[in-house]
Design a binder for this molecule. Structure first.
Ligand SMILES: Cc1cc2nc3c(=O)[nH]c(=O)nc-3n(C[C@H](O)[C@H](O)[C@H](O)COP(=O)(O)OP(=O)(O)OC[C@H]3O[C@@H](n4cnc5c(N)ncnc54)[C@H](O)[C@@H]3O)c2cc1C
Length: 464
């Protein structure tokens, strides 16, 4: 908890945002003190600014009184990034949720941070434009949270992650100044690239208040198919085959047998995990109808050559949504396996995916754990979900040991311990597995340059 009596801050916070936009009730403190990691810490106060000027004044007030503060989007983060570890003020950005501009000539959108990802996608798609980043949380997560985490998703293989689309930002520094980085131009090499420094900074360097995004033309057509295989190795062989045929699908998702069985149970649809199916690939290609059809045929060839036991092709949009439903419901489906998920989004060079699965198999056997895996095979980013019963302390302990072995193994495979979800506080102890002491020291100096008093989102990224 902060040393300052929080009551002292309330009149000024109220004068900045108005009484309805300051909450200190237990429910708000609890809800806004946690995210999808489900290991929260109560905020002292939750404030809901309406403008950049509000944010700047809140930050200045916190800086003046030495009170920690944490920006928050939708709270779907998986690593505790939005958790106010030291109490203080949660700056919940939800009132700043307007799409300010869609510039069709310059292929740009300007948004406030709390625009929901799917809402932006819908708005631009109506104009024949496309905002590709598609985290599975897109119906809840915000663009601000996506930028802060550099969110990815199935389309990252072809279209890249959020950072590829961020051209400029407006942000409030922890010392209260408002800065504008980048702008509406695609080329800009003036000075250090502060825009990209803030992207993926997990709410530790500045509070983002406006975002300028690059858009691309909407692909006119998608062809989607699902191929079943007897095991993960065959599915990975198909991935290699697809790439060898020089097809870069918009999505290339791999789902292992354990995840399929969870989805079949959760969605009460046994056909999702037929006997003998140990892995599934969900593949989507996009472009003009002719180009997409031709690429889909090449994908089918690669899957058959790798031993696909069944290939289903969506015939229309409803069929496409049906195929995607399996992927979108996977996270929720894992609830049928166990109540607690240690959700790891490790990434390896895609040629090393078989070695990653072999590593997981060894961990599964050695630690006697349930570890359903699925993810973005196209870019080697696999979600390794260590499932445990929270009341089984011994199992939780085994899972804790297993995750360290996983991270060490992934780094040994030239991979990274997080491809999407960031470090937050849950992965902070593992940072030295991947980064050298010199890199960590440099990052800490950058943090210090932005936030000399360590008031913005303290306790994140760096090991204590
Ligand atoms: C079911 C489910 C599926 C998911 N699938 C994916 C996926 O496919 N790909 C993926 O990358 N992630 C995924 N995630 C993780 C999560 O949705 C992303 O990290 C997302 O970007 C978080 O957005 P948010 O608005 O919820 O941010 P929050 O959780 O509120 O915050 C995340 C971080 O961003 C900071 N932040 C938020 N807003 C701002 C701001 N305006 N200025 C500065 N910092 C800010 C916070 O301080 C925090 O550190 C998934 C999560 C769930 C629950």
């Amino acid at each position: 908890m902060v040393s300052l009596p929080i009551q002292d801050l309330l009149p000024e916070l109220t004068s900045i945002v108005g009484e309805p936009h300051v909450r200190t009730d237990d429910e708000a403190r609890r809800v806004y003190g946690a995210d999808a990691l489900k290991r929260g810490y109560p905020a002292d106060v939750v404030v809901f600014p309406g403008t950049t000027a509000d944010v700047a004044r809140i930050v200045q007030l916190c800086a003046e009184h030495g009170v920690p503060f944490v920006p928050r989007g939708a709270g779907t983060g998986y690593t505790g990034g939005a958790v106010p570890l030291q109490g203080g003020v949660v700056i919940a950005m939800e009132r700043m949720n307007r799409i300010l501009e869609i510039d069709e000539q310059n292929l740009i959108a300007v948004v406030e941070p709390n625009v929901i990802t799917a809402d932006l996608q819908d708005a631009v798609e109506k104009l024949g434009l496309f905002y590709p980043p598609d985290p599975a949380s897109l119906k809840q997560s915000t663009i601000g949270g996506n930028v802060a985490e550099c969110a990815g998703g199935p389309r990252a293989f072809k279209y890249g992650t959020t950072k590829r689309y961020v051209l400029g930002l407006e942000a409030v520094l922890p010392t209260g100044e408002v800065i504008e980085t980048g702008g509406k131009v695609v080329k800009n090499v003036v000075g250090y690239d502060l825009t990209q420094l803030l992207v993926g900074s997990e709410g530790t360097l500045a509070v983002i208040t406006k975002i300028i995004l690059r858009l691309v033309p909407r692909p006119p057509f998608q062809a989607t198919l699902r191929a079943s295989f007897k095991d993960v190795s065959a599915a990975v062989a198909a991935v290699t085959g697809v790439i060898r045929k020089r097809v870069v699908p918009a999505a290339l998702e791999l789902i292992d047998g354990e995840s399929l069985r969870a989805a079949a149970d959760y969605l009460r649809d046994p056909s999702l995990a037929p006997y003998g199916t140990g892995a599934v690939l969900l593949v989507e290609v996009d472009g003009t109808p002719d180009a997409a059809a031709e690429e889909a045929a090449r994908v089918e060839e690669a899957c058959r050559a790798a031993g696909a036991t069944e290939i289903l092709r969506a015939r229309d949009e409803a069929g496409r949504q049906d195929l995607w439903r399996l992927r979108r419901e996977l996270s929720h489906s894992l609830r049928t396996v166990a109540a607690l998920k240690f959700n790891h989004d490790v990434v390896v060079p895609k040629g090393r995916i078989p070695e990653l699965f072999a590593l997981v198999e060894r961990i599964r056997a050695a630690y006697c754990l349930r570890i359903p895996c699925f993810g973005h095979a196209g870019d080697g980013n696999i979600h390794v979900n260590i499932m445990v019963s929270p009341d089984d302390r011994e199992e939780v302990q085994r899972a804790r040991e297993a995750e360290k072995v996983l991270f060490e193994g992934v780094v040994a495979l030239e991979g990274s311990i997080s491809g999407e979800h960031g470090i937050g506080f849950s992965k902070a102890p593992f940072l030295p597995i991947e980064l050298s002491p010199d890199e960590i020291a440099l990052m800490k100096r950058i943090k210090h340059a932005f936030d000399p008093r360590n008031l913005l989102n303290p306790g994140k990224i760096f090991p204590a």
